[in-house]
Design a protein around this ligand. Structure first.
Ligand code: UD1
Length: 366
């Protein structure tokens, strides 16, 4: 029997851990899964609703760390996670993605000689000003088993000197959640409730500090949104960080004056999938949404200068447009006019069976 602590902390973790825990529950002779929530995200809309939507069991332990500077948040997770692993003595600790909770828990375990597996290993933007890039680099250096979503990730790890035997190419676990929930999500009334049924609309998410904490970049993006919104409504579920900076930067009036830009509260997993799966266009600075739009075949414009997920550009629907106003408008027009690229392939092993491959690897690890 393998006792596995599955760590979740922030919104993009839940849809990665849910299918893994569900698969472990179906192999009760082999796996005893526990869920530890660090509490990095704590608002109902950023956390609780995802447990409900994804059928993720309530956490066995909640560390309640909340927000803080990177150092404060990372340190608080480490301090509170250490006694949990000392008490539980797991065979494996499984961490996912690239948030502060990911590196904090991995670091605690490696110092205690506990085995750590990292899901979504090897992704690199090569932009070390992104906190996530530091979290990814460090977690991959110390984890025992590295589960990669694409071959570019394998190559990144090899180039960093990680031995091949620590790397397992398993595919993208987020697509397990997407495939499982797509039908249910599509049947919801989210679009009707927002008056979007049967009309073209764009969907926008923004939360990267480099976009929303800096007035210049936020204003460049807003200037583009003013033009795009004259062609079709833009629905904008607003991350709490972004809501705060709109007010702090004094941008509330400008944002509210964009007639067709509809600010709404952050959405749960299923409601968001309902909107993304029928959008004419998605504009985002998220990592996961670049992948989901590729899986759904929906055009995506990434409002960043780089991506750690190049396969979504090479094979999927993603275009990296940065934050230059003219470039965003041009890319949106190309997409809306139908002149953007059309050939789309599903990346290898984005097939809904990644969690099973992760369990097989854990079970047969020697
Ligand atoms: C974090 C992750 C980021 C991920 C994002 C998804 C890190 C370094 N960043 O960024 O990789 O893409 O989550 O959302 O781990 N807040 C609330 N309620 C919440 C959570 C946050 O109001 O439930 C507000 C707080 O003001 C907080 C701010 O959002 O200070 C930022 O939260 P934080 O967890 O530090 O980073 P995110 O920007 O959410």
């Amino acid at each position: 029997m393998l006792k596995v602590i599955n760590v979740v902390g922030a919104r993009p973790n839940f849809m990665k851990v849910a299918p893994i825990v569900a698969a472990m529950t179906k192999r009760p002779d082999t796996f005893l899964p526990l869920v530890v929530h660090t509490g990095q995200h704590y608002d109902s809309a950023m956390s609780d609703s995802f447990f409900r939507d994804l059928d993720l069991p309530q956490p066995d332990t909640h560390l309640g760390v909340g927000s803080g500077s990177h150092a404060v948040q990372t340190a608080a997770v480490m301090e509170r996670f250490e006694p949990v692993v000392l008490r539980e003595k797991p065979d494996w600790v499984l961490v996912v993605g690239d948030v502060n909770s990911t590196i904090a828990c991995a670091l605690v375990c490696v110092k205690l000689g506990l085995k750590v597996a990292h899901v979504e290993a090897g992704l690199r933007s090569r932009d070390r000003t992104m906190p996530e890039e530091i979290n990814r680099l460090l977690t991959d250096q110390i984890a025992d088993l590295l589960f990669t979503p694409s071959h570019d990730a394998d190559e990144n790890l090899i180039a960093e000197g990680i031995p091949r035997e620590r790397i397992r190419f398993v595919g993208n676990v987020m697509i397990d959640s997407l495939q499982k929930n797509l039908e249910v999500a599509r049947a919801l009334a989210t679009r009707e409730q927002l008056g979007l049924k049967g009309i073209d609309y764009a969907l926008l998410t923004l939360h990267r500090p480099s976009n929303v904490d800096l007035r210049e970049s936020f204003e460049r993006i807003l200037a583009a949104l003013e033009v795009i919104a004259s062609r079709l409504p833009i629905v904008f579920p607003v991350h709490p960080r972004t809501r705060k900076t709109i007010a702090e930067l004094g941008l509330s009036d400008r944002v509210e004056s964009i007639k067709n830009l509809r600010l709404i509260e952050p959405l749960g997993y299923l409601d968001f999938l309902n909107l993304s799966s029928s959008a004419r266009l998605v504009l985002t600075d998220s990592g996961g949404i670049q992948e989901e739009t590729t899986a759904l075949g929906i055009p995506c414009l990434t409002l960043r200068e780089n991506t750690e997920r190049p396969i979504t550009v090479e094979m999927g629907t993603n275009t990296i447009v940065g934050t230059d106003t003219t470039k965003i408008i041009a890319a949106a027009s190309a997409s809306l006019n139908g002149s953007a690229k059309k050939v789309i392939q599903q990346p290898p092993l984005w097939d809904g069976r990644t969690s099973e491959r992760i369990l097989d690897a854990l079970e047969h690890y020697r």
